[in-house]
Design a protein around this ligand. Structure first.
Ligand code: C2E
Ligand code: MG
Ligand code: MG
Ligand code: MG
Length: 281
C-alpha cells in the first residue's frame, strides 16, 4: 500500500518536473527569437533630485512584448536568459538601445540625461564590456559620465578578485557605477569602502514594507548616513508615499525613484511626462 503511494507520488513529481522543463525549453526557444523579432522594449522610470524635485535621471527596465502572453516583466524571464547564456545578447541590445535613447533625449532637450542600466553578472564579467561601452557611447557622441551601470550588492561580492579590476576599468572609461538592491545582501563595510563606486541604491523592500514600520525607517536613515559617510550618492527606490518622501527630505537622501514620482514608461510617455513637469514650473 505505502509502496504504491510512493510510486504514485514519484510519478506525479516527474510529470510536474517534465511540465516545468518543457515550459523552460519553450521559453528558451522564444527568447532566442525575441531579439530578431524586436519583441524587447525598454521602459524608463524617472528619478528626481529630492531637494529640488528636478529630474535626476531614469532607470531603463526591460520588458518583453510576448506574442502570446502580453507584456512580461523581467522577473519572469531574466533568470532563464541568464541560465541559457542569452543574457549577453539581450544585455548588448539593452545597452545599445538605452544609449541611443539617451542621445535622442540630449538632442531634443539640449541637456544630458543620466541613464541607468542594470547589468547581470555575466555582462559584468564579459572581457569585452569596456570596449563595447566605449564604442557605443562614441558612436552617438555621449559622455561616459551620463551612463550609470547598476550591479546588485550580491553580484558585486560574488567574485572578489576580478571585481576591483573590472570596476577600475569602468571608472577609467568614465561611466558611473551604482550598487543596486543595497541593504539586503551580505557585503561588509570594510569591503564596501574599497570599491570604487559612485552610488548606492537602497533596496525597495525597505520602503515597500515600511509604510507603518518604524524599524525600517531607522534602517533607511542608517543606510543614508552610511552612504554619505562613504561619500556615495544615495538613491531610494520604491518610493510610494508622501510620508516616505518626507523622510528622504529630512535625511537628505539625494535621489528618489518610485511609483509616487512615476512608473516605468515607454520613451514617448516619458517625454510627455517631462514636458508636463517643466511646463508646470
Ligand atoms: P531593479 O533594478 O531593482 O529595478 C527596480 C524595480 O522596482 C523595477 O521592477 C521597478 O518597476 C520596480 N519599482 C520601481 N518603483 C517601485 C515602487 O514604487 N513600488 C514597487 N512595488 N516597485 C517599484 P521591474 O521593472 O519588474 O524589474 C525587476 C528587476 O529586473 C530589476 O530590479 C532588475 O534587477 C532586473 N532588470 C530590469 N531590467 C533589466 C535589464 O535590462 N537587464 C538585467 N540584467 N536586469 C534587468
Ligand atoms: Mg536597478
Ligand atoms: Mg533595485
Ligand atoms: Mg532587483
Amino acid at each position: 500500500q505505502a509502496k504504491n503511494e510512493g510510486k504514485g507520488n514519484f510519478r506525479f513529481f516527474t510529470e510536474e518536473m517534465n511540465a516545468r522543463m518543457t515550459e523552460r525549453l519553450v521559453m528558451e526557444t522564444e527568447l532566442r527569437n525575441a531579439i530578431d523579432q524586436e519583441e524587447f522594449q525598454l521602459f524608463y522610470q524617472p528619478q528626481i533630485d529630492v531637494l529640488s524635485g528636478n529630474i535626476a535621471g531614469v532607470e531603463a527596465l526591460i520588458r518583453w512584448n510576448h506574442p502570446k502572453r502580453g507584456l512580461l516583466t523581467p522577473d519572469s524571464f531574466i533568470e532563464v536568459a541568464e541560465d541559457c547564456g542569452l543574457i549577453t545578447a539581450i544585455g548588448d541590445w539593452v545597452l545599445q538601445e538605452a544609449i541611443s535613447i539617451s542621445a535622442q533625449w540630449q538632442k531634443r532637450f539640449g541637456t544630458p540625461l543620466m541613464m541607468s542600466v542594470n547589468l547581470s553578472p555575466k555582462q559584468f564579467n564579459d572581457d569585452t564590456l569596456v570596449a563595447k561601452l566605449r564604442r557605443l557611447l562614441h558612436a552617438v557622441g555621449l559622455a561616459p559620465s551620463t551612463l550609470m551601470l547598476e550591479i546588485t550588492e550580491n553580484d558585486l561580492i560574488a567574485d572578489h578578485q576580478s571585481t576591483h579590476l573590472i570596476l577600475n576599468a569602468l571608472k577609467t572609461l568614465g561611466v558611473k557605477i551604482a550598487i543596486d538592491d543595497f541593504g539586503t545582501g551580505y557585503s561588509s563595510l570594510a569591503y564596501l569602502r574599497t570599491l570604487p563606486v559612485d552610488t548606492l541604491k537602497i533596496d525597495k523592500e525597505f520602503f515597500v514594507r515600511s509604510r507603518s514600520d518604524d524599524t525600517d525607517s531607522h534602517i533607511i536613515s542608517a543606510i543614508i548616513d552610511l552612504a554619505h559617510a562613504l561619500k556615495l550618492e544615495v538613491i531610494a527606490e520604491g518610493i510610494e508615499t508622501y510620508t516616505q518622501m518626507e523622510l528622504l527630505k529630512m535625511k537628505k537622501c539625494d535621489i528618489a525613484q518610485g511609483f509616487l514620482i512615476g512608473k516605468p514608461m515607454a520613451f514617448d510617455t516619458l517625454q510627455r511626462w517631462y514636458d508636463s513637469k517643466i511646463s508646470v514650473r
